[in-house]
Design a protein around this ligand. Structure first.
Ligand SMILES: C[S@@+](CC[C@H](N)C(=O)[O-])C[C@H]1O[C@@H](n2cnc3c(N)ncnc32)[C@H](O)[C@@H]1O
Length: 192
């Protein structure tokens, strides 16, 4: 927790782009008929993606381990006149306050230590409903000295395909410095 809180306090937040993930914005615009439900955004930062889900009519919930992120997310959501819930929470260690219809990943998987990726998959299965959907903006960079830590499509397939059916994959529109480096995967959870 200390590490991330310190970065927020020092305003050392290169991931903070002042807007939601372009890939998420385009996904929501392209799929106006999705069944509305509860969406979890773990590692939500200052809440841009949570607000995009809320704007699209979902019950949106953001969780982050850094208190400053949750404070900023709460303030900015109120200022935008939107409704969403934010809570300080450790995605890996805390119990989910509810089970979610959707879980949205954007720069949490690449932010954690690669050794925590088994914990990530276990947490995802705990926080998501048995028939939930997992939408991920994955960052396919080679870096081993993160954060951000890189991954590959092969690793993502190995970790998630035992639990999910892949509905769709595509290279999204990205922030300028990530163009061509992101891969969106839309997964439907399968019975265990
Ligand atoms: C690279 S930042 C990305 C923030 C946001 N997703 C964005 O794209 O603007 C990673 C975020 O994950 C949070 N985080 C790291 N470990 C976490 C954990 N175990 N549980 C919840 N949040 C965590 C950090 O505090 C930080 O806000």
């Amino acid at each position: 927790m200390e590490y991330w809180e310190t970065r927020y306090q020092a305003q050392d937040m290169p991931w903070e782009k002042g807007e939601p993930s372009p890939g998420l914005v385009d996904f929501l615009a392209a799929h106006p008929g999705l069944s509305r439900g509860a969406v979890c955004v773990p590692g939500c930062g200052t809440g841009h993606d949570v607000r995009a889900w809320a704007r699209a009519g979902f019950q949106a919930f953001g969780y982050d381990i850094a208190p400053s992120a949750i404070r900023l997310a709460t303030e900015r959501t109120a200022a935008a006149g939107l409704t969403a819930q934010f809570q300080i929470s450790d995605f890996f260690r805390d119990s989910p306050p509810l089970r979610f219809d959707w879980l949205f990943e954007h720069t949490l998987f690449c932010a954690i230590q690669p050794a925590e990726r088994d914990d990530y998959v276990r947490a995802l299965l705990r926080w998501l409903k048995p028939d939930g959907q997992y939408l991920a903006v994955n960052y396919l960079i080679p870096d081993k000295d993160g954060p951000p830590f890189g991954t590959t499509r092969e690793e993502l397939w190995r970790r998630f395909s035992p639990h999910f059916e892949l509905l769709e994959e595509w290279v999204p529109r990205s922030y300028p410095n990530r163009t061509g480096l992101e891969l969106m995967l839309w997964w439907q959870r399968q019975p265990d």
